[in-house]
Design a protein around this ligand. Structure first.
Ligand code: ADP
Length: 295
């Protein structure tokens, strides 16, 4: 169950090159596509979902040549865009029932069973009688998942589903995805490193339409083991520290000092302490190295 993308390029009419000669192979399971706003995540996902054509390159999913045979891909695709349309005044249960009917599940008992399963998976049983229109953002996202599962998709694409969700809703949504992602390929885009850390068995960091790094989250942190250092500085000291050290991130403490995280092969100076690397460090290193190579 492999998605193989080769030399993909997409330029919009305003000359923005949103995908830049990108090659990437994605296997079964949860794949996190991590990148800042404007990195090209949505552009890549829309292109894989056959909603827009690239300038060049190829996308193959199993035996399907996605760019030539869009219909075959759409049959096994579940796509959840960043935001989606308005709903009629119907409950989640009624709507799912209706979509199942449209999909050709004509037997009522079979349909009820299917809808019930989907409400279970997406944790919407308690609110199944409520209009979807009145759902919170997180509930709507979970309903979106229930809807796309009707297709029994082999490839699921979810575009920044946790953006704007409160922490509890975000956690519920990630739990739903975790369950869904066990037997198909799920591509999940986000700018939140923790989403990837909690959920994905494989990931890529994207910026400027290019893959900066493709690595398993566990390997990514192992790679920089013994190379992440911290130190507490005052606000006044920060400016000098920024010149002296390769600072990845800085966080304020309650006493208004800052803890800086530095990437270095060697101990940067004697007052630094070695710490366990985090996935955030991996992300910041990739973006920083990209910035340096472009300047
Ligand atoms: P992300 O999803 O990572 O935030 P996008 O794929 O939305 O990134 O955007 C990548 C780049 O392409 C950005 O510079 C954005 O402004 C541009 N872009 C996205 N969609 C369009 C479009 N329809 N027309 C023109 N430019 C676009």
């Amino acid at each position: 169950m492999n998605l193989v993308i080769e030399n993909l390029t997409k330029t919009y009419s305003n000359k923005v090159k949103a995908i830049d000669n990108l090659s990437l192979t994605i296997g079964k399971g949860m794949f996190g596509l991590l990148g800042p706003n404007g990195a090209g995540k949505s552009s890549l996902m829309r292109t894989i979902a056959t909603l827009q054509a690239p300038d060049s390159g190829s996308i193959i999913f199993n035996e399907i040549d996605v760019l030539k045979d869009q219909l075959s891909l759409r049959k096994i695709l579940g796509y959840l865009p960043q935001s989606f349309g308005v709903y009629p005044k119907m409950s989640a249960e009624e709507l799912l029932n209706y979509f199942a009917l449209l999909k050709g599940v004509s037997n009522k008992t079979e349909r009820d069973k299917l809808v019930n399963e989907l409400l279970d998976i997406t944790n919407l049983q308690d609110v199944k009688k409520k209009y979807v229109e009145g759902y919170s953002g997180g509930m709507k996202q979970r309903f979106g998942i229930a809807q796309l599962l009707l297709n029994n998709p082999k490839l699921i694409i979810v575009d920044e589903p946790t953006a704007g969700l409160d922490p509890a809703e975000r956690q519920r949504f990630l739990n739903v995805l975790r369950e869904v992602g066990t037997n198909c390929t799920v591509i999940f885009s986000t700018h939140i490193v923790d989403d990837v850390k909690e959920l994905c068995n494989d990931m890529a960091i994207l910026n400027g339409g290019r893959i900066l790094k493709h690595i398993k989250p566990v390997d990514a942190t192992n790679e920089i083991k013994n190379k992440i250092w911290t130190k507490t500085v005052t606000r006044e000291e920060l400016e000098k520290a920024e010149i002296d050290f390769n600072i990845l991130s800085s966080n304020y403490n309650v006493d208004n000092t800052l803890t800086i995280r530095v990437y270095s092969e060697e101990k940067p100076s004697k007052d630094f302490k070695k710490v366990e690397p985090q996935l955030d460090d991996v992300y910041f290193i990739a973006l920083k190295e990209d910035q340096n190579s472009n300047s």
